[in-house]
Ligand binder design. Structure first.
Ligand SMILES: C[S@@+](CC[C@H](N)C(=O)[O-])C[C@H]1O[C@@H](n2cnc3c(N)ncnc32)[C@H](O)[C@@H]1O
Length: 166
């Protein structure tokens, strides 16, 4: 398995999703109750535009759709993950819109009321990448949008994920 620094990120993440059982990765979530509760607490309408950034194989977009939200999008750099998530969601009445893109040079075609990022931002460790992330975030959001970013805990990567609401 190549390290992320040795290769381009899309190839790295494709390799992760091609070779690893999605239920055995360190960031696997067995359920989305906590994330759903966090989002429900924002009191968004069910037609609010929500995007899960770096969604990977997460089932959050599906869980949101099953909870009645009808305008869900999920973006990831890995075409492998995006296709798997798309296939898994096809049966839903309002399947999420899937976007395969590198968020660092993504030009959003529309605006969102909620930007949700779990375990993506912390991979961007240099100033240029963080600046690109912010440009995409600002370009993607409505004026009153919410931002939820969860990062690995510094002392315990892969286990402790803390969230902040900006
Ligand atoms: C640790 S996983 C978290 C996946 C998901 N958010 C979850 O909670 O299960 C990080 C995800 O970020 C995606 N990612 C990494 N860099 C990215 C980038 N520059 N643009 C878009 N997605 C990226 C990866 O493909 C991977 O799916």
């Amino acid at each position: 398995m190549p390290k992320m620094s040795d290769t381009d990120p899309s190839a790295f993440w494709d390799q992760v999703y091609l070779t690893k059982d999605p239920t055995r990765v360190s960031w696997f979530q067995a359920d989305y109750d906590a994330a759903l509760a966090q989002i429900e607490a924002l009191n968004l309408s069910k037609d609010a535009a929500i995007i899960d950034i770096g969604a990977g194989r997460s089932g959050l977009a599906m869980a949101l759709s099953q909870a009645g939200y009808i305008d869900i999008s999920a973006l990831d750099i890995s075409a492998v993950a995006v296709e798997a998530a798309r296939q898994a969601s096809m049966h839903l009445p309002h399947p999420p819109t899937f976007i395969c893109a590198d968020l660092r040079d993504w030009s959003p075609a529309r605006h969102y009321d909620l930007w949700h990022d779990r375990a993506v931002f912390h991979f961007l460790t240099d100033d240029a990448d963080q600046s690109s992330y912010l440009d995409s975030l600002i370009g993607a959001l409505t004026p009153q949008a919410h931002v939820l970013i969860s990062c690995f805990h510094e002392d315990n990567p892969g286990v402790g994920i803390r969230s902040v609401t900006l």
